[in-house]
Design a protein around this ligand. Structure first.
Ligand SMILES: CC(=O)SCCNC(=O)CCNC(=O)[C@H](O)C(C)(C)COP(=O)(O)OP(=O)(O)OC[C@H]1O[C@@H](n2cnc3c(N)ncnc32)[C@H](O)[C@@H]1OP(=O)(O)O
Ligand SMILES: Nc1ncnc2c1ncn2[C@@H]1O[C@H](COP(=O)(O)OP(=O)(O)OP(=O)(O)O)[C@@H](O)[C@H]1O
Length: 671
């Protein structure tokens, strides 16, 4: 067959069979792009080009792909020549219609895993891009071993292969598919309440929601993170489709018999919760595959808040045929399949540490740990997989029972900043990437040298649901302490719930900080806790815990949330307050970090200080305060608040205030 007829013939066969395939082009950038453009001309289709720079339209960057989810394309090119955004790659594959090619452009196949990957700046806290050898090595092995993937390398012969035929695909006709019919029947008879439909990509969730709208007697409102992503739903709902954006819906008074929330897990949990409780019946649809950052965690965390929730799932693909080679290749490469929770691990538990090198020597161990950790946590994405595999400073423990993972724990090395940098972080001048808890201890805590201490942050811990409350979680944490000899503390930052805090308390952790606002994704306040491992760590934990107890009454007033510590009712300013106030008045420490000491300052100060009192004592919103005081905006308001604090300090003790001003302004000079 002539070389330009072969791709046409193979593509026509893929259309008949309802499948998609991966084609990898590896070599120099110019060669890869030329080959891709040539193929694009040969094969008709709408050919989305995803890369940092798309030479043709339609095109978008990997990061912008999120806005196109819910749309469908016929063929796509994914440029991974300078960086590989795994989440975007997987998401793109889900948008491809039957009969499509996903063309992946990679650097020279042998060099790829050694080359710096621009995407690493998102998952590694290093200042420059680093290579991701473990991830790329595994990806290469899976692609290389996959007989369905085509691979063309520069300077190597290539001919289009033939493939033995599969049964012809019978695409859906527009009438509900059998799985859809069963669910529709139940939804139509559902008493008031919440239902959730979950499935992997392309299973007909959105179509099902549209079919429901077109069948019910009453009115329905559709909402979703992006209207552009509701095309399929709109098509199946017909002229009864009515879309209202989530915030507009919340702000308005609209009523309807059904609320349909498409891609529900992409909305912040508190918003979703408020929406779901406002309508008699709510249908949530969401993708349960790691790359949408949702996963089983959505069911575990969000849906658990509705005990009567009806949960349905769709299994058979509709956008393409079952057994599609592209779907399989991507699911294998990104460890997306998710049956970890189906079988309970049996038998005695043993715990062992493993390092990133296990991805080469004994990959099933880290893979099982990854599956457990990602399945148990809300919003885990392939970014986390890449971090786990290749970012520096990661440590792991696995609890095994028989052949299966019963628990896993992931730690990240933090701290050890230089004294000048730690002080600059404390003063609010600097905030380099990474070191979440270590920097937070300095930036929001009382000790300017806090970030010089070294810690290991527990980034993830999970125990298999069938083996919880047996002490495995505590044992994992105890083992982590043994493996962290030489560090000052173990730390954890988590979305506060009383149950989770109970766990950390039982592991011996001391609460040192509560965030000032609920996290959009979890609806929880972020809490930070420490487990000291050295004397310096113990001093830090005690000092920060005491500070939290002092600030607790003020924080609780501010949050309207009880802080789980015994409040210390101590009026007046101590040395730490003076330093923190100087950090606010003369440097850049944030207002919300300084609420405790500022409140104590205001309590003992006769000056009027309207910008501070208005915000902290009367809790007037920033916008109203700006209007009342004729201040141009939030930034200008903060300047005024800092000036007021400076005036109060200078009035209280001019010499001390002056001395502290000189001290904290010096801490700016770090580069
Ligand atoms: C940084 C982060 O990863 S934060 C997120 C933590 N991970 C998750 O939420 C994932 C889902 N949850 C889990 O995987 C598990 O429930 C874990 C890891 C939190 C706890 O693991 P387990 O092995 O069940 O904990 P373990 O049995 O060691 O519990 C020790 C003590 O903590 C407390 N505790 C543990 N779970 C709970 C709970 N759900 N409610 C109340 N107390 C609890 C109890 O006091 C328990 O002792 P007890 O059983 O004798 O009363
Ligand atoms: N019953 C049906 N008849 C005809 N086409 C259907 C039917 N159900 C779904 N489809 C088509 O299958 C494709 C996938 O459906 P849909 O978008 O609803 O799936 P999804 O699970 O929401 O996928 P994604 O998560 O990728 O958005 C769409 O092109 C849709 O038009």
């Amino acid at each position: 067959m002539a070389n330009n007829e072969a791709p046409l013939a193979l593509t026509a066969q893929m259309v008949r069979e309802g499948i998609r395939r991966l084609l990898v082009l590896s070599g120099e950038a110019a060669w890869c792009r030329t080959q891709a453009l040539r193929l694009r001309e040969q094969l008709p289709g709408d050919w989305l080009w995803v890369g940092q720079e798309a030479p043709v339209a339609p095109g978008c960057t990997p990061q912008a792909l999120q806005t196109l989810l819910g749309r469908e394309f016929h063929h796509a090119i994914f440029d991974a020549l300078t960086g590989f955004d795994a989440a975007a790659f997987a998401a793109l594959s889900g948008t491809l219609r039957a009969g499509s090619w996903l063309v992946l452009l990679t650097p020279d196949w042998h060099e790829w895993e050694q080359l710096p990957d621009a995407d690493s700046l998102r998952w590694s806290d290093t200042p420059q891009p680093i290579p991701g050898p473990n991830f790329i090595h595994r990806l290469k092995r899976i692609i290389g071993d996959d007989p369905e993937t085509l691979h063309r390398r520069q300077h190597q012969p290539f001919s289009w292969p033939t493939r033995s035929p599969r049964p012809d695909w019978r695409p859906a006709t527009g009438e509900p598919q059998p799985e859809q019919t069963t669910i529709l029947q139940q939804l139509e008879q559902m008493p008031p309440g919440v239902a959730a439909v979950t499935a992997a990509r392309g299973r007909g969730k959105s179509a099902l929601a549209g079919q429901l709208i077109s069948r019910i007697d009453g009115a329905a409102i559709v909402t979703a993170p992006a209207k552009a992503a509701t095309e399929v739903l709109a098509r199946f709902a017909g002229d009864r489709f009515r879309f209202i954006a989530p915030d507009a819906l919340l702000a308005g008074e609209e009523s309807a018999d059904w609320l349909i929330v498409d891609e529900a897990a992409a909305l912040p949990a508190p918003l979703l919760y408020r929406l779901a409780t406002r309508f008699p019946r709510t249908l949530l649809t969401t993708t349960v595959q790691g790359y949408e950052g949702t996963g089983r965690g959505f069911l575990l965390k969000f849906c658990a808040r509705f005990p009567q929730l009806r949960h349905f799932s769709l299994h058979r693909p509709v956008r393409w045929a079952a057994g599609c080679p592209l779907e399989k290749a991507i699911s294998d490469a990104l460890a997306l399949d998710d049956d970890t929770f189906a079988l309970a691990p049996q038998g005695e538990v043993t715990i062992a540490a493993f390092s990133q090198t296990a991805w080469r020597t004994l990959p099933e161990v880290p893979l099982a740990a990854w599956r457990l950790l990602s399945g148990a946590h809300y919003r885990t994405s392939p970014l986390d997989l890449r971090r786990m595999m290749d970012a520096p400073g990661q440590f792991f423990l696995q609890a095994a029972a028989g052949e299966r993972a019963a628990g896993a724990l992931w730690l990240v090395a933090e701290g050890g900043l230089s004294a000048p940098l730690s002080r600059a972080v404390w003063a609010g001048y600097r905030r380099p990437r990474g070191n979440l808890v270590a920097q937070s201890l300095a930036a929001h805590g009382g000790d300017p040298l806090a970030a010089t201490l070294t810690g290991r942050r527990i980034s993830r811990i999970a125990v298999h649901p069938a083996r919880q409350r047996e002490g495995t979680g505590r044992w994992l944490v105890a083992e982590a302490c043994l493996h962290a000899a030489g560090c000052d503390y173990l730390s954890v930052s988590f979305g506060y719930t009383p149950e989770l805090w109970r766990f950390w308390q039982r592991c011996g952790f001391t609460l040192v900080r509560m965030g000032n606002h609920r996290e959009a994704s979890s609806g929880c306040y972020t809490a930070m806790a420490l487990y000291p491992l050295s004397e310096a760590g113990a001093r830090l934990a005690q000092r920060e815990h005491r500070r939290l107890r002092r600030d607790a009454p003020v924080l609780a007033r501010w949050n309207g949330e009880a802080i789980p510590v015994e409040p210390l009712e101590e009026a007046g300013l101590d040395d730490e307050d003076w330093l923190a106030l100087a950090g606010f008045a003369f440097a850049h420490r944030p207002l919300l970090t300084s609420t405790g000491c500022l409140s104590r300052l205001l309590d003992g100060c006769p000056l009027v200080l309207p910008a501070l009192r208005g915000r902290l004592q009367e809790q007037v919103s920033e916008a109203r305060l700006c209007a009342a005081l004729q201040i141009a905006g939030r930034k200008a308001l903060l300047v005024v608040q800092r000036e007021e604090a400076a005036r109060a300090l200078l009035a209280l003790d001019p010499a001390r205030a002056q001395r502290l001003r000189e001290c904290v302004t010096q801490w700016q000079g770090v580069h």
